[in-house]
Design a protein around this ligand. Structure first.
Ligand SMILES: [Zn+2]
Length: 151
């Protein structure tokens, strides 16, 4: 696999400050950007690996472990995507995003389990209804929740 000319960390290094100056980033978003820039650099120090068989020594910088960092999540994501593709029917797919207004955040903090239950149930009912009404077909979905705060 060819290495990309630029990594997300390069873009964040180059434009992160001006982006942060013009956006109202949450503390989690700010921390994610900082982690992405620092990941696998001398800022996070490093560690030594020694092969049990041949004794080869390798030094590597530590990873940030941030769930938004593409370096840290790349392998996990690739495995997840491969597994999803293997278990997905060969039919037409759409990428659909449902967003929730920020004014409901406090409600989520108050009872996250019920909030997410209602959210996923509502999304699913909407997709099913839309499939029947507009296409006369049964729909399926893989639903993923993206949040910034890991509530
Ligand atoms: Zn990382």
């Amino acid at each position: 696999m060819n290495k990309a000319k630029y990594e997300l960390a390069d873009i964040v290094k180059r434009f992160g400050k001006s982006f942060a100056d013009t956006q109202a980033l949450s503390p989690q978003q700010t921390k994610a950007l900082l982690n992405i820039v620092r990941c696998r650099t001398s800022e996070l120090v490093g560690h030594k690996e020694v092969c049990d068989c041949c004794g080869t020594v390798r030094y590597s910088y530590n990873s940030c472990g941030d769930r938004h960092c593409p370096k840290c999540q790349n392998t996990k994501q690739a495995i997840w995507v491969d597994d999803l593709i293997e278990n997905t029917l060969e039919v037409k797919h759409f990428h659909i995003i449902f967003t929730v207004p920020h004014c409901l955040n406090q409600l989520c903090l108050w009872n996250d389990k019920e909030y997410y239950s209602i959210l996923f149930r509502t999304v699913w009912e909407t997709l099913r209804s839309f499939g029947y009404t507009h296409y006369g077909c049964e729909t399926g979905a893989v639903a993923i929740l993206h949040t910034w705060g890991q509530i």
